[in-house]
Write a protein that binds this ligand. Structure first.
Ligand SMILES: NC(=O)C1=CN([C@@H]2O[C@H](COP(=O)(O)OP(=O)(O)OC[C@H]3O[C@@H](n4cnc5c(N)ncnc54)[C@H](OP(=O)(O)O)[C@@H]3O)[C@@H](O)[C@H]2O)C=CC1
Ligand SMILES: Nc1nc(=O)c2c([nH]1)NC[C@@H]1CN(c3ccc(C(=O)N[C@@H](CCC(=O)O)C(=O)O)cc3)C=[N+]21
Ligand SMILES: [Mg+2]
Length: 291
């Protein structure tokens, strides 16, 4: 038996279609959602993402604002731009592309974004709201993973989940979302002992490590659902954090790289922009786009 492929690319396309319909309905009432993306520096991978985000923002009928700043921009100038975007009524969502250049205080920048416009869900207020089960802006990558898991598995309650990676942008919020859905969650990291045995207990295995093919086929419980968040550029092309060919022979279902989590991340960014716009205008949260 080989694993079912969870087609994130197709899932994301359906999600965007639903979002486009809701944007049309908002525009009929005179509201056009706007997303501002800020890119500091010339990192080639970041430029690819920012271009894809701008294109898809326009395709669903939202306004895209793009700000490209040189790598040597001062923190003060970046904070001033964020201040202007916070005050701009045409901007409903703000994303500052990470990583930022070395000389910037990443936390200070993230926490300068108006939490109501923080479509990345990285602001400490949103982190705290998520952790305490209150209405938050939820980080896009974990939100996309959750949508695929629910779609494939239905109810997640009582399932054993292992999240490999504890970053603020993927691992930790992923664990929070799984916990909210009543999974039994373990977070693993570089100091975890006997990671292969731990992974073998997982009904749901999420890999967010940043090392090509790190999770081996024999770490996977037969029939498990495997979500591969990793994006690694290698001489053989773009690969995930899971040894895909070995894993698909054991797993019940798996997300491919490319075409899995990545496209869902961008679709969820648009979903969060729609949610932020709805909340700003005292409209109910859009159906199916919040956890
Ligand atoms: N598809 C998408 O939309 C997105 C993909 N990504 C990709 O996901 C991956 C992870 O991203 P991100 O969370 O930002 O990465 P970070 O580098 O911030 O975090 C990596 C995590 O992996 C852990 N780790 C590293 N080595 C090991 C090891 N040998 N054993 C166990 N754990 C280990 C680290 O542990 P420790 O904390 O102990 O150092 C850390 O918690 C990357 O490939 C990134 O490109 C990221 C965001 C979005
Ligand atoms: N503030 C901020 N928010 C982010 O959400 C954010 C960020 N900074 N910095 C970088 C990471 C990474 N990330 C990806 C988004 C889409 C794909 C994606 O669409 N990937 C395609 C392949 C595209 C390619 O060729 O690279 C796929 O997996 O099929 C990948 C990675 C968002 N991130
Ligand atoms: Mg990181």
């Amino acid at each position: 038996m080989t694993a079912t492929l969870i087609d994130g690319k197709a899932f994301a396309a359906r999600l965007r279609q639903g979002i486009a319909g809701q944007v049309d309905a908002m525009r009929a009432r005179g509201i056009t959602p706007g997303l501002a993306v800020v890119l500091v520096g010339e990192d080639p991978a970041s430029q690819v993402y920012v271009r894809a985000k701008g294109k898809q923002t326009r395709e669903v009928g939202m306004t895209s604002f793009e700000h490209r700043l040189p790598a040597d921009t001062s923190e003060r100038d970046l904070l001033a731009l964020i201040g202007r975007l916070n005050d701009d009524p045409a901007v409903n969502g703000i994303l500052v592309q990470l990583p930022l250049p070395e000389h910037m205080d990443e936390a200070a920048i993230i926490n300068a974004v108006d939490p109501a416009k923080d479509v990345d869900g990285f602001h400490i207020l949103n982190v705290g709201l998520l952790a305490t089960g209150q209405k938050a802006m939820v980080p896009c990558t974990p939100l996309g993973c959750l949508m695929m898991l629910r779609d494939h598995l239905g109810d997640l309650s009582g399932r054993r989940a292992v999240v490999v990676g504890r970053s603020n942008i993927v691992g930790k919020p992923m664990a929070q979302l799984l916990l909210r859905d009543s999974a039994t969650v373990t977070i693993a990291h570089s100091r975890t002992q006997d990671l292969p045995s731990l992974c073998r207990e997982a009904d749901i295995l999420v890999a967010a490590v940043g090392r090509p093919g790190f999770v081996k086929g024999d770490w996977i419980k037969p029939g498990a659902t495997v979500i591969d968040v990793g994006i690694n550029r290698t001489p053989d092309g773009l690969v995930g954090d899971v040894d895909f060919e070995a894993a698909r022979a054991v797993a019940g279902a798996i997300t491919p790289v490319p075409g899995g989590v990545g496209p869902m991340t961008i679709a969820c960014l648009l979903a969060n922009t729609l949610t932020a716009t709805a909340r700003k205008n005292d409209l109910p949260d859009p159906e199916g786009l919040t956890p």
